[in-house]
Design a protein around this ligand. Structure first.
Ligand code: SAM
Length: 287
């Protein structure tokens, strides 16, 4: 018998209430910008001050502040410390991350006692915005003559801010230390080994997982919905039928939909009540 338990609240609190060593797999997609860690996550982005940095109009969290990574690492360590006790020995925790912050995420997990087994890439080819700005706009607003502006624009030669078009997100694959050998740990907990028959393409599972971004659905306004097919792949790879999958940052419920389809139990925690409603509707409609 499998179950679905969807809870509203702060995962830092809710995780500490879970039964010890009861979870077989964690899929975690934490907030990407620390500015928006609270319940008003989306609002935080909308309200971000405009025109205050070098690149005007970007939300605060995208201004490449080094403090952002340091704070993310501290937050992930805090989450990992409350997460670890409820996980079975040898079980995996897969954490989504912006590539430029994945080192911080990996260290946060490692400092909490997890082993980093892999860094994988969720690769997509479409719907990725090229956000690099040309310098022309800034030059035109400079307090210099038109002739000097023209000269400077020519000198810059169309160069842009250093942001390549993103084509992947990182997946940090962490493992709670096993007890004994791989075989001993599997015999006792049925965790710690992967199902090599779970493939997206080719003959064996690889560190690059190509799945296109999902199309926006009418009732799901969440900003960072992950593809169900990708989450299904991770669940197949790292768990077996009937086991318990936990998502501490459930968002619009992708992990719960995937877990239900694959006959796994799911515990989902989400701080925002609106997203909980969306998740429940998605589970009901299997979309
Ligand atoms: C990147 S999104 C997850 C998206 C999800 N994977 C999906 O496919 O819909 C992160 C989510 O974490 C939630 N969140 C932020 N801080 C939280 C906390 N302390 N506890 C639980 N959820 C939190 C946000 O409201 C947001 O919905």
């Amino acid at each position: 018998m499998t179950f679905l338990k969807i809870e509203q609240g702060d995962c830092l609190v809710k995780l500490s209430e879970l039964e010890l060593e009861s979870v077989h797999l964690v899929i975690s997609d934490p907030p990407y910008f620390l500015d928006g860690l609270d319940a008003d996550w989306k609002k935080g982005l909308e309200d971000a001050p405009r025109g205050t940095g070098v690149i005007g109009g970007l939300p605060v969290g995208m201004k490449f502040d080094p403090k952002q990574g340091i704070a993310l690492q501290a937050f992930i360590s805090e989450v990992a410390n409350v997460l670890k006790p409820c996980m079975k020995p040898g079980s995996f925790a897969v954490f989504f991350s912006q590539p430029r912050l994945s080192h911080r995420m990996a260290i946060g997990l490692e400092d909490a006692g997890f082993e980093i087994r892999d860094i994988c890439a969720w690769h997509y080819t479409r719907r990725a915005q090229f956000k690099a700005f040309t310098m022309d706009h800034f030059v035109r607003r400079m307090d210099i003559s038109d002739q000097e502006k023209q000269k400077l624009i020519e000198k810059l030669g169309g160069r842009r801010t250093p942001q390549l078009r993103p084509q992947f997100e990182s997946l940090v694959v962490a493992q709670k230390p096993r007890i004994g050998t791989f075989i001993h740990n599997w015999t006792v907990h049925e965790t710690g080994l992967i199902d090599a028959s779970a493939v997206l393409d080719g003959s064996v599972p690889t560190t690059v997982m190509t799945v296109e971004k999902p199309v926006r659905s009418k009732f799901n306004g969440h900003l960072t919905v992950k593809p169900i097919e990708l989450i299904e792949h991770l669940i197949r790879l790292f768990s077996i039928s009937g086991q318990v999958v936990l998502d501490p940052f459930l968002g619009s419920g992708t992990t719960a939909v995937a877990a239900k389809r694959l006959h796994r139990s799911c515990i989902g925690i989400e701080i925002n009540a609106d997203y909980i409603q969306i998740a429940k509707q998605r589970i009901k409609e299997d979309v």
